[in-house]
Design a protein around this ligand. Structure first.
Ligand SMILES: O=C(O)CCC(=O)C(=O)O
Length: 273
């Protein structure tokens, strides 16, 4: 698949000391040229076809709640398409996740396509780990736009260093989380990173880093693929809300509280040699 015969999805994307230090401090980073234009086009086609085939949301935007307006969400596409699996299982991306988290191995938690439709609503401020029954903070999401993504389209925004903030961690994605977290972030003066994404640029953010996106004010769908990785040694924590219980049932089948999350849905995708 890769454009040049000497390039594979398992090749290395080296990170320098500044990038590692940036992530350690801010728990979010944007990296350019992680994928080539050719690779993005290839995965855009494969992922768009699956999202079209699997999407059951037919209501007009004005009949949906804030979460429903924010994006169409289709999960674990790797199980349904081998081309998409080559992206989700790629060592190029998984090795970046391991390097940023400073762990020896990473597992898959799950993947998801997040398509913000033309005219789609904003994604309220939130932290992902509210939804996840995890025993440590060593989780990370690769947010992979499948086109050049302007601010008007709903590029992902981060509050750098906000993983330290406890306020707002207990809020589900909603208009209330947007308001309450915005207030908490402003009074703590974290840097708000709002930048467009080039083709091939990918961001990585930690499970407790607050993030949001603006509405899609263009006439094109903002297509994004996300891959969520866990430290290979991550253990299951006792759920503290109904979302975490659901995630346990769906993404960690058969794993007991306190055990390493190594169900068949959570393969190790990268291990340091
Ligand atoms: O794509 C979006 O609008 C939100 C993405 C997000 O919340 C995430 O990747 O954790």
């Amino acid at each position: 698949m890769p454009e040049r015969s000497n390039q594979t999805m398992d090749d290395n994307y080296p990170l320098d000391a500044n990038q590692l230090a940036h992530y350690a401090q801010n728990q979010c980073i944007k990296l350019k040229n992680v994928l080539t234009e050719y690779e993005i086009q290839h995965y855009n086609k494969a992922i768009s076809a699956k999202v079209d085939a699997l999407n059951v949301e037919k209501r007009p935007l004005n009949e949906r709640d804030t979460y429903g307006k924010a994006f169409i969400q289709i999960t674990n596409l790797w199980q349904r398409d081998d081309a998409i699996k080559s992206l989700v299982f790629s060592k190029r991306l998984a090795s970046i996740a391991a390097a940023l988290m400073q762990v020896d191995s990473v597992r898959l938690y799950h993947d998801q396509a997040l398509f913000k439709e033309a005219g789609g609503g904003y994604t309220p401020w939130h932290a992902d780990q509210y939804y996840w029954p995890l025993a440590s903070d060593k989780s990370i999401t690769a947010w992979i736009p499948l086109q050049k993504t302007s601010l008007e389209m709903g590029a992902l925004e981060f509050s750098a260093g906000s993983h330290e903030l406890r306020d707002g961690r207990n809020l589900a994605i909603s208009d209330d989380s947007e308001d309450a977290i915005q207030r908490a972030l402003s009074s703590n003066r974290y840097r708000h990173i709002i930048e467009p994404f080039d083709v091939g640029e990918v961001s990585f953010h930690a499970g407790w880093t607050f993030h949001r996106a603006s509405p899609n004010q263009t006439d094109q769908t903002r297509k994004v693929m996300c891959i969520i990785y866990l430290d290979g040694e991550m253990r299951l924590a006792k759920p503290i809300n109904e979302h975490q219980q659901l995630d346990w049932d769906v993404w960690c089948p058969g794993v007991q509280v306190g055990e390493i999350i190594d169900s068949p849905l959570n393969p190790v995708l990268f291990k340091r040699p």
